[in-house]
Design a protein around this ligand. Structure first.
Ligand SMILES: Cc1cc2nc3c(=O)[nH]c(=O)nc-3n(C[C@H](O)[C@H](O)[C@H](O)COP(=O)(O)OP(=O)(O)OC[C@H]3O[C@@H](n4cnc5c(N)ncnc54)[C@H](O)[C@@H]3O)c2cc1C
Length: 444
């Protein structure tokens, strides 16, 4: 903690993968020295970035069938940065295991899905040269349990790549912090320090924390869904609310060799159900995530119920927007089913129907609800357009960046840190340098 109330150049709120990626980027590639990070918990990456709270997938856009080619191009560029970082760190002395590499496929089942996937392949194969279109026989060679018990007349087709990265994003947070400290041992890193209030006076922000007051010229709030609450207290994002979509998982024994995704519904911003081996244990297959709305900003954190409503906003407008979104025919049916998946007894019996689209012969006794596993995705509701905003939300204000990151925010963490670092240098009056060339040389 900054004892003498010194003013920091940059203060980052939130020690998830977004905040720590920025801490690393600034420390490694800029000459800004006076940087502080505060995190309310006793460790980094304990909320959505924890490996047990997300799907652990480095999303490139190759097997996410709801991404347009433009979106896939942009996500790939950013995911490539994380891929290069973890590959470089793989052999670094003392480095923890950050990732496992498995094959990754998206599986089309039935005539309509098969035709759609065949059409999708040509442009995507240009962007992803390692992506191959494979038929039944090869699918069975790579993933025998995908064919085991399947109706031989059912049409199937898959796109497959060897580049399936399963990442432990919490360990990635630690790696970012450790490497940032190697470059700049004077960084002020404060765990168990919660931001309670933020205000702007003159040329600086005053941040009241659970451990005292701090000042900073530039602030980046990377506090997940909570970011919008603080944004609103500063007058930003007044027309936005959050639809908090919790995701749960089921686990089974080793039935897959790699990641197997199903085809996504274009209207839904949530990853389709998939099965894949755990990042640190290939003997456990994880299926999910489900998606059900909760009125909390943070899963398994009941006080965040009150904060959810604070963030939601007053008046009828957010209620109308949320009702319009939820009562959409497709979304409503989807959300209703997802509610059922979380229920005891009936949930497992319903969810196994989805799982059997991937592994037809999986037995009910093999599928277990993963209790306490799964975070929540802060999807942005725009109360002006009354629509769900797909993708990430970042608000830029007066010397402040506010990041509210739904999925795939972990895959894009370094890409966003790259743009934020440039913006921060600008905020500081271009008195500092962000060495873009070095960043690009290492990570592009
Ligand atoms: C079910 C599910 C599956 C997902 N799957 C994937 C996936 O496969 N691939 C992918 O790329 N992304 C995935 N995501 C999304 C990804 O997990 C998030 O986008 C990412 O972890 C966001 O990182 P973050 O740092 O913004 O948030 P977090 O990791 O939630 O970190 C925010 C931090 O801010 C801290 N904080 C909050 N308030 C305060 C305060 N007042 N003061 C100080 N600190 C505070 C919190 O304690 C927390 O540590 C998934 C998400 C979910 C829920």
């Amino acid at each position: 903690m900054n004892q003498d109330n010194e003013k920091f150049d940059v203060l980052i709120v939130g020690g998830g993968v977004v905040g720590t990626a920025l801490l690393y980027t600034l420390s490694r590639y800029s000459d800004i020295k006076n940087i502080c990070l505060i995190e309310k918990y006793s460790d980094f990456g304990l909320v959505n970035s924890a490996s047990y709270n997300n799907s652990q997938t480095l999303h490139f856009g190759d097997i996410e069938t709801n991404y347009s080619i433009e979106k896939a191009r942009s996500v790939k560029r950013m995911a490539d940065m994380v891929m290069r970082y973890v590959e470089q760190e793989k052999d670094a002395p003392g480095s923890e295991k950050l990732f496992s590499k498995y094959s990754k496929m998206v599986l089309a089942v039935g005539k309509e899905q098969v035709e759609g996937l065949r059409k999708r392949y040509p442009p995507f194969s240009e962007l992803f040269p390692k992506l191959r279109m494979i038929e039944r026989e090869e699918i069975g060679r790579i993933e025998p349990r995908v064919l085991d018990g399947r109706d031989p007349d059912q049409e199937i087709l898959a796109l497959v790549t060897e580049d399936g990265y399963t990442i432990d994003f919490k360990r990635l947070c630690h790696s970012f912090v450790d490497n940032a400290l190697k470059k700049n041992p004077l960084l002020s890193i404060n765990l168990q320090t919660k931001m309670l209030k933020i205000s702007k006076t003159g040329d600086h922000y005053t941040i009241v924390t659970s451990k005292g007051e701090m000042k900073a010229s530039v602030v980046v709030i990377a506090a997940g869904g909570h970011s919008l609450m603080y944004a609103k207290s500063l007058g930003y994002g007044k027309n936005l609310s959050i639809l908090s979509m919790a995701g749960s998982f089921y686990t089974g024994p080793k039935v897959l060799n790699g990641k197997v995704y199903t085809i996504q519904q274009p209207k839904l911003p949530f990853a389709a159900i998939h099965g894949d081996p755990e990042v640190h244990s290939a003997d456990v297959t994880r299926f999910g995530p489900t998606a059900k709305p909760i009125f909390q900003l943070e899963r398994h954190n009941f006080p965040s119920f009150r904060e959810y409503w604070k963030t939601f906003g007053l008046g009828l407008s957010p209620v109308i927007s949320l009702s319009k979104i939820i009562f959409d025919r497709i979304l409503f049916a989807y959300v209703f089913m997802n509610f059922l998946y979380d229920l005891p007894y009936i949930g497992r019996r319903l969810f196994i129907k989805e799982v059997r689209k991937i592994v037809p012969s999986l037995k009910l006794s093999e599928l277990m609800f993963a209790r306490g596993i799964g975070g929540t995705r802060p999807q942005i509701v725009n109360n002006t357009t009354r629509k769900l905003e797909l993708g990430e939300a970042r608000l830029t204000g007066d010397n402040i960046i506010i990041s509210i990151t739904p999925s795939p925010g972990a895959s894009t963490c370094l890409g966003n840190a790259y743009s934020d670092a440039s913006k921060i240098v600008e905020f500081l009056g271009n008195k500092h340098k962000f060495d873009k060339e070095a960043f690009e040389k290492d990570l592009f």
